[in-house]
Design a protein around this ligand. Structure first.
Ligand code: FAD
Length: 278
């Protein structure tokens, strides 16, 4: 596999909540580090609910010697809390972030002082200048709460222009949705690279649940085929690997600047896809 595309590959993890999960992640990290990713990233729970675990995971992931970007969401947080966290990240030598609004879990406090990701990006730039490389989220199939595709695209452009260096997309299974989004974003003056987010397919029930929640469409032909496999997880993995490998190849051939994998803390599915790429 050649990684001649400019932004290479990156891998996203979630902070494990058990000792077994933490131990397993070290092995996953090491297996993926061998593919020379440009960076790893670690997700963050809205309102700071995983703050300690995100930081602990970032520390352990960074031991592999690869840039590691904590995700940071603003919803449900006060500026003072975010300021302290940014200062702590700087002290630890962290220089990359994924900046998000996040989603407030039901029943959890108020919105906080920053309502949207563009306000968080502005805040980070005001507080820390150019210290951090900032990535933001993009939605080729539209954010589920957006009133329209156009409005969402304008909001995306605003967020990049507030000072983001790159964007990572929500996962999708239609390469055309990605190319259309990139073209429309360029027309609005967005120059930052837009890296496709890639979700390996390994489990139909989980994929359907995630996709319903985040608004990613599973095309009918993929859904029907996965349904037909029932409990045959080997067949699901084989088919899922083929489908997602073809998607990745098409994205790269069409000019995508890199690939960002939602690993779900597993190395195998990402490695199988990477092994299939030319
Ligand atoms: P925003 O860009 O703020 O957009 C949210 C909605 O508000 C959109 O509908 C948008 O159109 C609208 N909007 C944006 N700006 C404005 C404005 N100024 N005025 C009016 N409307 C506006 N979630 C987590 O909790 N933790 C994570 O670690 C995490 N990591 C993620 C990583 C990636 C790459 C992606 C794609 C998503 C991630 N998410 C994560 C999910 C994300 O938090 C949710 O999708 C959330 O609902 C939106 O976050 P955002 O930063 O895209 O929000």
């Amino acid at each position: 596999m050649s990684t001649s595309y400019p932004l290479g590959i990156s891998f996203e993890f979630f902070p494990p909540s058990t000792d077994a999960g933490r131990e397993k992640l070290i092995g996953v990290r090491d297996a993926l580090a061998e593919r020379h990713p440009r960076f790893f990233s670690v997700t963050y729970g809205a309102g700071g609910s995983t703050q300690g675990r995100t930081l602990a995971t970032v520390r352990s992931i960074r031991e592999a010697g690869i840039t590691t970007a904590p995700h940071l969401s603003c919803i449900g947080s006060e500026k003072a809390q975010l300021r302290d966290l940014l200062a702590q990240y700087r002290e630890e030598g962290i220089d990359s972030l994924v900046a998000l609004r996040g989603d407030l879990p039901s029943g959890m406090g108020g919105i906080g002082e920053l309502r949207y990701a563009n306000e968080l990006v502005e805040f980070i730039r005001e507080e820390t200048g150019d210290h951090f490389e900032i990535a933001v989220a993009a939605y080729p199939e539209s954010h589920p709460q957006a009133p329209s595709f156009e409005r969402d695209l304008e909001n995306f452009a605003r967020k990049v222009k507030a000072g983001a260096n790159l964007a990572i997309t929500q996962y999708f299974f239609s390469a055309d949705a990605y190319f259309h989004f990139v073209e429309r974003a360029r027309a609005l003056g967005v120059e930052a690279p837009i890296v496709p987010g890639i979700m390996p397919i390994t489990n139909y029930t989980k994929l359907a649940r995630f996709s319903d929640a985040c608004g990613a469409e599973i095309p009918r032909w993929i859904r029907k085929q996965l349904e037909a496999y029932g409990d045959d997880s080997e067949a699901i993995v084989k088919f899922g690997t083929e489908v997602v490998s073809r998607l990745c190849q098409r994205l790269l051939d069409g000019g995508a600047p890199g690939l960002h994998f939602y690993t779900l803390n597993q190395a195998g599915p990402c490695l199988r896809i990477l092994d299939n790429l030319a």
